[in-house]
Design a binder for this molecule. Structure first.
Ligand code: PBG
Length: 315
């Protein structure tokens, strides 16, 4: 006797009935890059099909998002001005703040904002530099200021991606103090120091000018440490925790899902997008099938939601 597991694979109907994981458009969040200036729609060379939009042209992409059935976007700002302490990141007239006010006039899409300093600092690091290194505690005040100004401008949720210790607690305290009790925090909790962010850094002009991000982002080899990051973010008040990147970290997503009782987000990052785009352009991969397989795997690993540049593609 042996098990005839092939019985349930004999045609599409039965395969559909026994399918264990389904990815729906409702699981997906689309990242949007908004750039200072007027009348801009610039394709990002290493991310074909992804653009930076100026505020006056956001309507076009929001329409596509809504038509695709996507409920949420993750907003990234690309400012025209950078300085040592990222002052354009917490300026109420900054690019993200103005974009939020505009989006709220024209769309019902749920807006999550990336809260970080790296696009806004002249040195490109995610924090404040003191004595040549990123100073954790000096950074917290700035990160909280950014989150608060996003909430004031209409952000539905804030997502700190800086990886400083204690930032979730500080953001929660500041938001609550100003009455934003119902603005949730999605913490980039297990964010690894990954080469897969390469195309994003080109898109957002946010590569560090010296050194790297290894003193704050995690070592790809570690998973217990990821659980520790997630646990402390939840204790500090995170409503949703994120694992990033997704594909090389499917085990981390599964551990996060099994170990905690909050929703888990996975970020299918820029390099994961570009790999598939490049291989299918060469004719080496079937793009549609690759996208479907990748998103299904991330969902199967335990992600409740996936932030992905593929969100607008037909699936
Ligand atoms: C900002 C930030 C980064 C990404 C999201 N937020 C870049 C980085 O940490 O260097 C990467 C997203 C992607 O690669 O798609 N800190």
């Amino acid at each position: 006797m042996f098990a005839r597991t092939r019985r349930l694979r004999q045609n599409e109907a039965i395969r559909t009935l026994v399918r264990e994981t389904r990815v729906s458009k409702e699981d997906l969040i689309y990242p949007v890059f908004v750039v200072d200036g007027k009348d801009k729609k610039e394709e990002i060379p290493s991310m074909p099909g992804v653009y930076r939009y100026s505020i006056d042209r956001l309507e076009e992409i929001l329409e596509r998002v809504e038509k695709a059935g996507i409920k949420g976007i993750m907003l990234f700002g690309i400012p025209s001005r950078k300085d040592e302490c990222a002052s354009s990141a917490y300026d109420d007239e900054g690019v993200v703040q103005r974009a939020l006010r505009r989006i709220k006039e024209i769309s019902k899409v749920y807006c999550i904002t990336d809260v970080c300093l790296c696009q806004y600092t002249s040195h490109g690091h995610c924090g404040i530099i003191r004595d040549g290194a990123v100073d954790n505690d000096a950074t917290l005040e700035y990160i909280a200021k950014v989150a608060l100004s996003h909430a004031r401008a209409g952000a539905d949720m804030v997502a700190p991606s800086d990886m400083m210790d204690g930032r979730v607690a500080r953001i929660r305290a500041v938001l609550d103090e100003k009455g934003f009790y119902y603005t949730p925090i999605m913490a980039y909790s297990a964010k690894y120091a990954s080469c897969f962010y390469g195309p994003f850094r080109e898109a957002a002009h946010s590569a560090p000018r010296f050194g790297d991000r290894k003193t704050y982002q995690m070592d790809p080899a570690n998973i217990r440490e990821a659980m520790r990051e997630i646990e402390s973010d939840i204790n500090e008040g995170a409503d949703i925790v994120m694992v990033k990147p997704a594909l090389a970290y499917l085990d981390v997503i599964r551990w996060a899902k099994d170990g905690f009782n909050v929703p888990v987000a996975a970020y299918n990052v820029s390099g994961e997008y570009s790999m598939i785009k490049a291989a299918s352009k060469m004719g080496w991969l079937d793009e549609k099938k690759a996208i479907f397989e990748v998103l299904t795997s991330i969902k199967r690993a335990g992600a409740d939601m996936i932030i992905t540049y593929f969100a607008l593609e037909d699936m």
